[in-house]
Write a protein that binds this ligand. Sequence first.
Ligand SMILES: [Zn+2]
Ligand SMILES: [Zn+2]
Length: 409
Amino acid sequence: MPNARRRSATAPIPAAHDALHTAIAERTPKLVSRRRHFHRRPELSYEERETAATIAAHLRTLGLDVTKDVGGGHGVVGLLGGTATGAAAGPTLMVRADIDALPITEHSGVEYASRRPGAMHACGHDGHIAIAMTLAEVLAARRDRLRGSVKFVFQPAEERAAGAEPMVAAGVLRDVDAVIGLHLWSQVPVGEIAVRPGAFFAGADELHLRVRGRGGHGAEPHLTVDPVVVTAQIVTALQTLVSREINPLHSAVITFGMIHGGTAGNVVADEVELKGTLRTYDSADRDYLLRRIGELACGVATSLRAEAICEPGMSCPACVNDEQVAALVRRAAEATVGAEHVVGERRFSVSDDMARFLQEAPGCYFVVGAGNVARGITAPHHNASFDLDEASLPIGVEVLARAALEFLA
Ligand SMILES: [Zn+2]
Ligand SMILES: [Zn+2]
């Protein structure tokens, strides 16, 4: 702690009126209208066709080298080569923005609300697109200061945790030296930034269990194996894993949000199906818990004459930030909003498939506050009333720009 305090005391003073800040401020009306453009026209995961076309056209007008349909979906990659001496041999920084919307009908009441019933940018990815497009403008105008390249990666299908992996497989990270990206967050006040080394967003694993018994008459339970009773024991037993088997200084979550079984009150079911989610910050905890969930469920079922079958589900690793890249982002954040507005400890129990990029290259994912209690902007992400305080948008551009300019100086 004394060290941390000393570092904050000597942290750079926000460069409130330097040329970069002014250039971004001048572009802010356009940045906001760009965000609203995408907000009105949300496209669901795997359907981001128009969004990708608009992004690609913008990057081409800036003179970037653009590739579409990267990874088989609607991924867009734009490469901005610097022109500073030695740029050709310099490093490459990747900036990632996710672009998909959610299957929600908007009830925010804002003037720029979604025009498409059943689709809404309720996670702020519209803001991420607008920030990255504006960042490309700002950095393209500063090519002569870049001793290396910036690779802009616009990733589809984040809400299905399925868009990053095919882009990695398509070689997006080839020649990339570091990866940065941000998530706007309505539960963090605008003007604050959260960034830390190590685990930042949790890893998520879908849990899918089937408990098989033997059905029969509800009045003759001795002739059946009741999977409902077995399931009740399994759910209770699994709750002891986090509390009794995981280091209390770590954290993890096991939630079963769905149990389906049976057809009538006087019928013992043949089978019960459970779906849940596991959240962890540490890959060893994740591997341990996945193994123990299977062992415990099968052990309880067997001891009660039933059978438990664990089926693999969707999995997204934790977002783990590199120490040096997180320090770079932290300096950029402190220069943008002031050291007193940069939060260094907070982690988030949500997941993001930015994790796939961070597994392959050193990088940093960070959160830019976008909530505002005084203005009533408090709805959580994935809610039909979700909105962003748009003052967060230029902050996001500035942090990314400062980090890129320092990395490629
Ligand atoms: Zn989301
Ligand atoms: Zn999101």
